[in-house]
Design a protein. Structure first.
Length: 134
């Protein structure tokens, strides 16, 4: 019929809360990803257009600001991915009753992937400056 016990209702509500949390974290992760990509492309654009003309102090300041800002966004993306994985593991546990641990390998995979954009942009600036423009 349409009646639920308190335990069943609590479980349904808990699943819904977890699902909505995962959706919200996914939306927030998408926003941070957009900011991250914007920072990468802005740095590459500056490297291409003005990299060879920048003084060393300005280059170091610009690169430091880029690494800090892009690193912060990458950290947010990775943290949200880990939180989403943890919440999805909770949902699986509700469904099967089996606890599924979230591995730390996924964290390091994400760190490697998101760091590649920062490293690639820095290498591009180095190539532009070394070749005195492309």
């Amino acid at each position: 019929s349409g009646c639920f016990t308190v335990t069943e209702l609590e479980e349904i509500l808990a699943r819904e809360v977890i699902t909505q949390s995962v959706i919200a974290m996914g939306d927030l992760q998408a926003s941070h990803s957009a900011i991250y990509l914007t920072l990468i492309f802005a740095y590459i654009s500056v490297a291409y257009l003005a990299g060879k003309d920048l003084s060393r102090p300005l280059l170091y300041l610009l690169s430091l600001m880029f690494v800090v800002a892009a690193g912060f966004e990458a950290l947010n993306i990775i943290t949200l991915a880990q939180a989403s994985a943890s919440k999805l593991a909770q949902l699986r546990e509700f469904s099967s009753g089996i606890s599924i641990p979230v591995t730390s390998q996924a964290i390091w995979d994400n760190v490697a992937i998101w760091s590649m954009g920062i490293i690639s942009a820095l290498v591009f600036m180095w190539v532009v400056r070394r070749n005195q423009g492309i």
